[in-house]
Design a protein around this ligand. Sequence first.
Ligand code: KIV
Ligand code: ZN
Length: 516
Amino acid sequence: MQDQLIIFDTTLRDGEQSPGAAMTRDDKVRIGKQLERLRVDVIEAGFAASSPGDFEAIRAVAAAVKDSTVCSLARANESDVRRAGEAIKGANAGRVHTFIATSPIHMKHKLRMEPDQVLEAAVKAVKLAREYTDDVEFSAEDAVRSDVDFLCRIFEAAIMAGARTINVPDTVGYSVPALWGELFRQLMTRIPNSGKAVWSTHCHDDLGMAVANSLAAVLAGARQVECTINGLGERAGNASLEEVVMAVRTRADVFKLGSRIDATQIVPASKLVSTITGYPVQPNKAVVGANAFAHESGIHQDGVLKHRETYEIMRAADVGWGANRISLGKLSGRSAFKARLQELGMTPSDEALNVAFGKFKELADKKREIFDEDIQALMSDEAVTPAKEHYALVSLTAHSETGQKPYARVVITEEGRERRAEARGDGQVDATFQAIESLVQSGAELRLYSVNNVTEGSDSQGEVTVRLSKNGRIVNGTGADTDIVVASAKAYVNALNRLGARSRVNPQYGVEATVA
Ligand code: KIV
Ligand code: ZN
C-alpha cells in the first residue's frame, strides 16, 4: 500500500495569529466543517489556555467535526496541558499538541530556563497530556536554530514519555530546503526510538520557502506536514496547504505518497477562510489565486485549446474551481435555506436564521443566482449574527456626480441609539468612512482597504476588507453587498466593533490578539 502523508491544518491556530485574523467560535466551526469536507487528518482548532472564548471554540469544533482529529495547542506546563485536554474531550478523535522552545536564544531570553529544565518540562507535559489522550504531539519551538544534539535528547525523551508525533518547526522561516531535509535525516537516524513516532514539519514563510522546506522534509521521511489554507499565519505565514497537497499529488512520481484530501474542496476552503479572516488571496497565488488557471498570452491560449496539457499541469476543476454550485434561488423557502446552511456547517439561532433568511431574500432580488460563496459572505454579515454589537449600520446614502465632491450620509446605531452624520470625501467610500468617523471618533488608522468579488459577473457581491490599527492592535473587518459602498460601510463598522472586543494571549509571544 502507498505510504500516506498526514495533513495537519493549523489555520484555526497559527493562521489565527495573523494580525487581525482572530476568529469567533462560530467562525471556527464553519471553517472546521469545511476542513473536514476537505478531509484534513488533523485540525488544530486553537490554543485552549489563551482565553475562555478559544477554549469554547475548540470544544465546539470538537463537537461538530467527526471525521478529522481535533487538536489543541498547549505550552509545556500543567495548566495549559489540562486546559487543552479538557477542550478536546468531546472529540471523536482528539490530540494535545504541547510545545516548548529549544534554541539557545529562546531558552535564555524568553524562557530563562536551562536546557535540562526545558527537557524536564517537555517530558512532564507529554506524560500529563497522555492522561487525556493517546494522541500526543510534541514540538520543539525554534528547532531550526536549536543545537542538534539537544534536539536529539529532547525528542528521544518526548517519544519515551509517550509522544506519538514529533514536530520540528522552522518557527522563524530561516531554513533552506537542503538543510531542512538534512536535519530530518539526521534526527531520524540518530534518535534510537525515532521509528516510534511520526515525524512532522512546520515551516514559516519568512524567506518564501515554507512549502519548499516542508517538501524537502517529506522527501527526507517526514510524514506529517503542518500547513494552513492560503498560507495564512504568523508574520509571512505558514506553508500553504493547497500548494503542499497539489505538489505531492501532481508530482506523485517524486513523492510517491497518498493523502486523504478531497482536492475539489480546496478552492471553497480558500474562499471561506479569506471571507472570514478578511485576508484576500493574491490573484497570482498558486492553486487558489484567481489567475492560477488563466491563460493570457495568445500562444498559451491556442496551446491549451488544442491540448490542455501543453500549458496546464493541474486541472482547475480538480481543485474546486467552477465547483461553486447554484445553491438556492429566489423561490427557495426557509427550510431549504436552513438545510443548506447546515450542510455548510452553520446552525444559527432562530433569531439569526430569521435575519439571515430576510437578507437572503433581499439578495435573491438583486442577484439571479445565489452560490454557496454568497451564502458564506451573507452569514459573515454582522446583521445576521446580532451579537449585541456596539455599532451597527442602519442606512447609507451616497452620491457622486462629475465635477462634484462625493457625498455620503450614514445612520448607525451605537448601543442601540441611532446617530447620523454626513461628509464629503475623495470618493463615495472615503466620504462614507469620514461620516462614520465623525460619529465614532475612533482615531484608528486605516491600514488596508480591499475589494474582491465573491462570485463572477457584475452582479456579484463585493467583499470588502478594512484593516484598522490603534495602539498597536490590528483588526480586520469584512462586509459584503452587491453595492460596494454599502459593503465598505459594513466592513468599517465591523472593524470598529472588533477594535472594541476582548483580547487573548498569543501562545508564542504572550502578547494580546483581538477576539471578535
Ligand atoms: O512556529 C512554531 O514554532 C509553532 C509551534 C507552536 C508549533 O507554531
Ligand atoms: Zn508556527
